[in-house]
Write a protein that binds this ligand. Structure first.
Ligand SMILES: [Fe+2]
Length: 148
């Protein structure tokens, strides 16, 4: 029954867990930047990053629960997130420019992942979720880009 109801289940699980790792690393980096930001616009940047890490927390939960809805196992390990993310996981202070670079990298990755989910895996539910993530990253990137 699982094969009929969940075609390409393995591929979809791998793809979504990859996105989950990317989003979790970016969530952590956004917290880092929220905590450590300084400068004349401190308060507004601090508040903006508060909103963004809350949005990313929602995104993370949606992606993980989509893995489960598609009959897969969601990764829930910090080490695995750091090891498999397509983003770097630096130990120092993260700037808003670093975050912008990461959102732009994720926008590129998501555009490819959307094609994979739709064309290779014929999974419109996942394609739709990834498209909503793409829109959220475009908005977050716009706001970070506008700080300059
Ligand atoms: Fe805070």
């Amino acid at each position: 029954m699982t094969n009929e109801l969940f075609p390409h289940q393995e591929g979809i699980t791998t793809l979504l867990n990859q996105v989950l790792a990317d989003e979790f690393v970016l969530y952590t980096k956004t917290l880092n930047a929220h905590w450590n930001c300084r400068g004349p616009n401190f308060y507004s940047v601090h508040k903006l990053l508060d909103e963004q890490y809350n949005d990313l927390q929602t995104v993370i939960d949606e992606v993980a629960e989509r893995v489960r809805a598609n009959n897969g196992i969601a990764v829930g390990s910090l080490k695995t997130f750091a090891d498999t993310s397509r983003l770097t996981d630096p130990s120092g202070v993260v700037s808003t420019s670093d975050l912008l670079q990461d959102h732009e990298a994720l926008i590129r990755h998501l555009r490819e992942d959307i094609v994979t989910a739709g064309e290779d895996y014929e999974n419109s539910a996942t394609e739709d979720l990834l498209t909503s993530l793409l829109n959220r990253h475009l908005t977050m990137a716009w706001m970070l880009r506008s700080l300059k």
